[in-house]
Design a protein around this ligand. Structure first.
Ligand SMILES: NC(=O)c1ccc[n+]([C@@H]2O[C@H](COP(=O)([O-])OP(=O)(O)OC[C@H]3O[C@@H](n4cnc5c(N)ncnc54)[C@H](OP(=O)(O)O)[C@@H]3O)[C@@H](O)[C@H]2O)c1
Length: 222
């Protein structure tokens, strides 16, 4: 499948590498595709990433990524996601599924990072701003390596969440999750549930503070 990832940080690079490994036609979108030697926050440079994926993917602009993908992934900073998707022109690409991985964390006062709001979510804001997209919230509750390799933790016996308004879009994302090895996939309902997924980060940062380790996930039992 043609997949356009809007973003170039550790989430984009990790999801992108796994999707390339699975044989998908992947592009990674960034504001300046010429800046290939700049270290990306928690990830390496884009040149290093291209080498790691054996040049089987391309680095393009946000706009080119939005056009390329039959499936889109938003992996931009949560405080800038709606703006980044405007820059990507996602309102002009027709009906597409977009997986939103973002969290709107405020790092300005250090640890523990503050959550932006209890009453809105980035995914809800994206869905409202771009009604042509079928937004599915997923992956935001996990550290990047676990997103693509659930078995690295307790043999994969833990839960990943998704939400969104469109059942077919969620079915498509569920198939993708299964191809990554996920077995415990919990559909939380329509896109308003993304608030819950994003607010979980309040708990996640505290777990991280206690465990001093980001390799964390939860298993829902009832
Ligand atoms: N890090 C994790 O393990 C993790 C886990 C779960 C969820 N998340 C969420 O996933 C998203 C991606 O996280 P990340 O750590 O990979 O990267 P990040 O550092 O949060 O974001 C990097 C991306 O955001 C873009 N960006 C930053 N400021 C921008 C602005 N003002 N306008 C437009 N674009 C802007 C950057 O553009 P350029 O490409 O031009 O640099 C880059 O593509 C975030 O929302 C994060 O909260 C992260």
């Amino acid at each position: 499948m043609k997949i356009g990832i809007i973003g170039s940080g550790v989430v984009a690079q990790t999801l992108g590498a796994k999707l390339v490994e699975l044989g998908h036609d992947v592009v990674l979108g960034t504001r300046d595709p010429k800046k290939l030697d700049e270290k990306k926050n928690m990830a390496g440079t884009l040149n290093e990433w291209l080498t790691a994926v054996k040049n089987k993917a391309k680095i393009v602009t946000f706009k080119e990524a939005a056009v390329h993908g039959e499936l889109l992934i938003n992996a931009t900073h949560g405080q800038a996601s709606v703006e980044a998707l405007k820059m990507a022109g996602v309102d002009k690409v027709g009906t597409k599924v977009l997986i939103d991985t973002s969290n709107e964390l405020d790092f300005s006062k250090g640890f523990p990072m503050a959550l932006a709001s209890e009453t809105r979510s980035v995914a809800g804001n994206i869905q409202a701003a771009f009604p042509n997209l079928k937004v599915v919230k997923c992956f935001n509750t996990l550290t990047a390596p676990i997103m693509v390799n659930p078995k690295m933790l307790k043999g994969g016996d833990h839960t990943i969440f998704l939400s969104g308004n469109d059942p077919e879009a969620k079915a498509k994302v569920t198939e993708l999750l299964k191809s990554f090895g996920w077995t415990d996939i919990m559909d939380l309902g329509d896109i308003s549930a993304a608030r819950g997924q994003e607010m979980y980060m309040g708990m996640w940062v505290r777990l991280y503070g206690s465990l001093k380790n980001g390799m964390i996930n939860i298993k829902v039992q009832s």
